[in-house]
Design a protein around this ligand. Structure first.
Ligand SMILES: Cc1cc2nc3c(=O)[nH]c(=O)nc-3n(C[C@H](O)[C@H](O)[C@H](O)COP(=O)(O)O)c2cc1C
Length: 191
């Protein structure tokens, strides 16, 4: 299986980076894996009129073209990012804005919007500062499911095959982190 990992965090010492390392190391044992580390790439997240003009003419800017080719290559996409303000970090949202473009990820016909990326699985891996109970009570998980799982990936015809949260990440002990990461490794091995 061709696996594309799309990752956003500025800190190589972060919990997200530890998850990225485990994910890529584990997947690489039995799959082809490519990683897009958006901060390391200095990915430009700002969609412009120029981008739109190029996309409409079938000539996307080179950085968008590169990412779209990688998505075409992938059977499974893994998105790894922390929850910031109940959603994606801006660099990840900008990746979606620019790369998941009309004509590539979706189109419109007489029946309405049609996803153009069927057959691709998506796994979303998120961390939160808030604990699980608070996230549930505040409706954060439900909002994210509506806005990200459905509003982006299912809209584009993809199957959301998994959405895993690591909660209260800022408050857990080093031992708890180790257990969380080791459980994550086992879950990826079972994919
Ligand atoms: C800009 C910003 C916004 C944040 N917003 C939220 C939030 O809405 N909900 C939440 O639970 N945690 C929030 N956090 C906390 C992060 O989710 C948490 O620090 C992160 O998931 C921990 O993982 P890390 O060590 O890999 O950064 C926010 C952190 C930052 C920097």
């Amino acid at each position: 299986m061709n696996c594309l990992v799309i990752y956003s965090h500025f800190n190589p010492g972060s919990f997200n980076h530890a998850l990225l390392d485990v994910l890529t190391e584990t997947l690489s044992k039995s799959h082809d894996v490519k990683v897009r580390d958006l901060y390391a790439l200095s990915f430009n997240p700002v969609l412009t009129g120029e981008d739109m003009a190029g996309l409409e003419q079938g000539a996307p800017p080179p950085d968008i073209q590169t990412e779209q080719e990688l998505i075409r290559w992938a059977d499974a996409l893994f998105f790894v990012f922390p929850i910031w303000w109940s959603g994606m970090p801006a660099i990840m949202k900008g990746y979606i804005d620019r790369v998941f473009s009309f004509g590539f990820a979706y189109m419109m016909d007489e029946k309405g919007p049609q996803g153009l990326l069927p057959g691709k699985k998506v796994y979303i891996i998120n961390t939160t500062g808030a604990d699980e109970e608070t996230n549930k009570q505040c409706g954060v998980f439900q909002s994210i499911q509506n806005l990200i799982d459905m509003g982006i990936f299912q809209f584009c015809g993809m199957e959301v095959a998994g959405h895993q949260y690591f909660t209260a990440v800022d408050h857990v002990s080093a031992e708890e982190r180790t257990v969380m990461i080791s459980k994550f490794r086992s879950a990826i091995e079972r994919l």
